[in-house]
Design a protein around this ligand. Structure first.
Ligand SMILES: [Zn+2]
Length: 155
């Protein structure tokens, strides 16, 4: 089996107090289907789990990512600095309750890559746009020529 540095074994004896630093680059973002496809982020994960059944995952992510500009669609560099906590419990079957994730006791493994991605994506501002005058002018001109597309009909 391939070692996945993002897979955390909750049943391992040393999980309480564990600290892992991830150096996230473009390949990480391209692996996940989402708005952010490039970036350089350092994410530190600190795990508390003295009860061995309920775990607190503290994530700290810092760096820069690129997200498409709402106006011209070209990438905008966005600084990231976010702290988040996720509660992970061992239980009978998998459940995603938003702030709390239940992992089947029989497996005991959680892959945190999707969570790291989502926490970074959620920390982006509601509107990502270039500063005035920084937009891709050629792209703006092209977009203006196009007939407006109903966003619900995209894809
Ligand atoms: Zn722009």
């Amino acid at each position: 089996m391939k070692t996945n540095e993002y897979a955390i074994d909750l049943l391992a004896p040393n999980v309480d107090g564990k600290e892992i630093e991830y150096h996230i680059e473009d390949a990480f973002f391209q692996h996940i289907d989402g708005l952010v496809q490039r970036g350089q982020v350092t994410t530190t994960l600190h795990i508390e789990g003295s009860t061995r059944s309920v775990f607190r995952f503290h994530f700290h992510s810092e760096g820069t990512v690129f997200a498409p500009c709402d106006r011209c669609l070209a990438d905008v560099e966005v600084p990231i600095d976010t702290d988040d906590t996720l509660t992970v419990k061992l239980g009978a079957e998998y459940a995603d309750e938003g702030e709390c994730i239940v992992i089947p006791e029989s497996e005991g493994v959680i892959d945190v890559s999707q969570f790291i991605y989502e926490l970074i994506a959620l920390s982006l501002p509601m509107k990502v746009v270039h500063e005035d005058g920084q937009c891709d002018e050629a792209m703006l001109a092209k977009l203006e020529q196009l007939t407006p597309v109903n966003p619900l009909e995209e894809e």
